[in-house]
Design a binder for this molecule. Structure first.
Ligand SMILES: Nc1ncnc2c1ncn2[C@@H]1O[C@H](COP(=O)(O)OP(=O)(O)OP(=O)(O)O)[C@@H](O)[C@H]1O
Length: 253
């Protein structure tokens, strides 16, 4: 993976009141790669994810997304923000599907909000995304409460892909799933990355998932990035804290 960076973090500082969560994070995410963001509970993964998806502004430092810079010193205009949002898809941990809408309506929603396409075309595009995520066509008319955990993740993924994003954020995609379903989601993410030339940022606790699909891993701890490298290299890393993260996490798994 040697694509140009689509996302760059420079000196990111994040605080809640007096509490420092990030004390200077530098990271580049290259086009076409799957980068896993890992770290102990409370390390600040979700906070960093929220900053990357424009839901939170860092207290210091700068983010460059698709060449556009923003952060503590520069806020985006509403128009710039909308432009960036349309180029990224987010799969939230909860799935965040609307319970009152069926799968087709959930997946069609971003298309009806952000495009002026005719309804019939929106339905066709939504069906395409539903099928891309491995759901059977019959699932389109089901409501979230009628889906299994794995199907719910797939439906949420179909919605995240609705606007053909270049960059996909996945927050704990395997959470709440049995190991077989979690591995199926990993394989799906890997296939979608290849088929759609996506760049993927994956926040996870699941090291099996990291080994299966991540090209690189960024390990957060002590307010900084302790290491960024391939999963194999991090297991052999010279810093014992980095190696310890992997052995402790594996011992707990
Ligand atoms: N809105 C908030 N206000 C105050 N403190 C917060 C807020 N959100 C998160 N924190 C604190 O910031 C720290 C980092 O939280 P964050 O959720 O980013 O970590 P995480 O690595 O995603 O953790 P986990 O793996 O447990 O989800 C935690 O100690 C958390 O309690």
């Amino acid at each position: 993976m040697s694509g140009e960076p689509v996302l760059r973090l420079a000196g990111i500082e994040s605080r809640y009141g007096e509490r420092v969560i990030h004390a200077g994070i530098d990271l580049e995410v290259r086009r076409g790669e799957i980068l896993a963001l890992v770290g102990g509970s409370g390390a600040g993964k979700t906070t960093l994810l929220r900053e990357m998806i424009l839901l939170r502004s860092p207290e210091g430092g700068e983010i460059e997304l698709f060449g556009q810079r923003f952060g503590a010193g520069r806020t985006l205009s509403a128009r710039e923000e909308t432009g960036l949002r349309q180029r990224m898809g987010v799969l939230f941990q909860s799935g965040a599907l609307f319970g009152g809408l069926n799968v087709l309506e959930n997946v069609a929603l971003p298309l009806s909000e952000h495009t002026h396409l005719p309804t019939s075309l929106i339905r066709q595009l939504a069906m395409l995304k539903i099928e891309l995520t491995g759901l059977p066509p019959e699932a389109a008319s089901l409501y979230p409460s009628e889906l299994s955990g794995g199907m719910r993740k797939r439906a949420a993924l179909a919605r995240a892909l609705a606007l053909d994003p270049e960059l996909l954020f996945l927050d704990e995609p395997g959470s709440g799933l049995d190991p077989v379903s979690a591995r199926a989601i990993d394989h799906l993410v890997g296939r979608l990355r290849d088929a759609l030339a996506l760049t993927v940022i994956l926040v996870t606790h699941d090291l099996t998932s990291v080994d299966l699909i991540a090209d690189r891993v960024a390990l957060l701890g002590e307010g900084r990035l302790l290491a960024v490298d391939t999963p194999a290299a991090l297991r052999e890393h010279p810093d014992p804290n980095v190696r310890a993260f992997f052995s402790q996490t594996e011992a707990l798994a």
